[in-house]
Design a protein around this ligand. Structure first.
Ligand SMILES: Nc1ncnc2c1ncn2[C@@H]1O[C@H](COP(=O)(O)OP(=O)(O)OP(=O)(O)O)[C@@H](O)[C@H]1O
Ligand SMILES: [Mg+2]
Length: 356
């Protein structure tokens, strides 16, 4: 059993910068949770607070229902894989992995079994006698993951553990981590700034920006029902397009107006009438035959193989869109796209909350 709860946790650094601002979330036993957000938003700080390496200024952290604010890091039964691996440079990979167990006085035989098993899972059995400096960045990262696995802790905290791997190994390790999670039935808090990694790994995703929680949801809900403009723009690639304007209703017709576009909307946006808003549309949601047409002058074409993306402008509004492969286009040409009113998002211009 390992449930984790953060209750209004705040940590301010000397420089008046918040590392965590009123952070509240619950993580269930055996849940794979991903903390995601841009660089500097407070992901590492949040993990360090859970591990006990930083003290909260206010708020409480609970593991299995007990408040651990005053429990020392070594007694929290939490293993953290650091962003920069933090391996002992003078020790072999084997000794690095065995270190925590030796400190806890595990029998030699069990240490050996656990280290070898973890090494096999991670594909580093051949490298166990090497020192960190004799390993590549990716191999070091796997040793650091192994060091956490062998401890079989209540909670794993992973701080961007795949950031130094090449693209292929990253995908492979991602699948491996999912398998490890099922096998050890561990509670995992995994940090990344990569929204694709968050979407593929997380059962639950916590989006953080500027030290505050923006939304907690499963990947599908996060994509389909982002709570605000930040989440909408952060989740999904290429990012959602945003157009500032206002919604008006004339003779029963609801429309969105900006300097460059007029888009017919449907009933579900009626309550936003006479409001300054931001209209959002994902690049993948254009090119439905239904809806208001807009013209885009193409200035970048990105072929992806089975489809391609264009970036261009409609007046002064910059837009990105996915086009089907058969629709050939070149830089400088004009592409007509349709906006289906069912596919759009509306955010309040001031609060940036999702209004529909
Ligand atoms: N020891 C410290 N002293 C002062 N400010 C700090 C300290 N550690 C972090 N910060 C600041 O707190 C904020 C959050 O930092 P944190 O390391 O938690 O971000 P992060 O989300 O992990 O970013 P990254 O993705 O770049 O690793 C940043 O603005 C950072 O500059
Ligand atoms: Mg970090």
């Amino acid at each position: 059993m390992a449930e984790l709860r953060l209750e209004r946790v705040t940590k301010k650094y000397d420089s008046e910068v918040y590392g965590a601002h009123d952070i509240t979330f619950d993580i269930k036993d055996k849940e794979f949770t991903v903390l995601v957000g841009p660089s500097g938003c407070g992901k590492t700080t949040t993990l360090r607070l859970i591990a006990g390496l930083e003290a909260c200024d206010s708020g409480k952290i609970f593991i299995d229902g007990s408040c651990v604010n005053d429990v020392s890091p070594k007694d929290r039964d939490v293993a953290m894989v650091f962003q920069n691996y933090a391996l002992y440079p003078h020790m072999s990979a084997y000794d690095n992995m065995a270190f925590g167990l030796r400190m806890r006085r595990y029998p030699k035989k069990e240490i050996n079994e656990r280290v070898n098993e973890a090494a096999q899972i991670l594909g580093i059995s051949e490298l166990l006698q090497r020192k960190p400096r004799q390993l590549s960045g990716g191999q070091r990262q796997r040793v650091a993951v192994g060091r956490a696995i062998v401890r079989q802790p209540k909670v794993f905290l992973f701080d961007e553990p795949l950031s130094n791997l090449d693209a292929k190994l990253r995908v492979q390790m991602r699948a491996e981590l999912s398998r490890l999670h099922r096998r050890f039935e561990a509670t995992i808090v995994y940090v990344t700034h990569d929204q694709v990694e968050a979407m593929t790994l997380g059962e639950k995703i916590i989006v953080i920006n500027e030290a505050r929680v923006q939304q907690v949801a499963d990947p599908t809900s996060l994509y389909q029902r982002p709570k605000n403009r930040f989440v909408a723009g952060f989740i999904g690639s290429p990012p959602m397009n945003f157009i500032a304007g206002a919604i008006k209703k004339r003779q029963g017709k609801i429309t969105f107006h900006s300097a460059d576009v007029n888009i017919g909307l449907n009933k579900r946006t009626e309550h936003c009438t006479n409001r300054e808003v931001i209209l959002g549309i994902r690049p993948t949601d254009f090119f439905h035959t239904r809806g208001s047409k807009i013209n885009i002058v193409v200035d970048v074409v990105e072929p992806m193989g089975n489809e391609f993306y264009i970036h261009g402008r409609c007046g002064t509004t910059m837009l990105s869109a996915r086009l089907p492969d058969e629709m050939q286009t070149t830089i400088g040409s004009v592409v007509t796209l349709a906006i289906d009113p069912k596919k759009i998002y509306i955010f309040d211009a001031k609060t940036e909350e999702n209004l529909i």
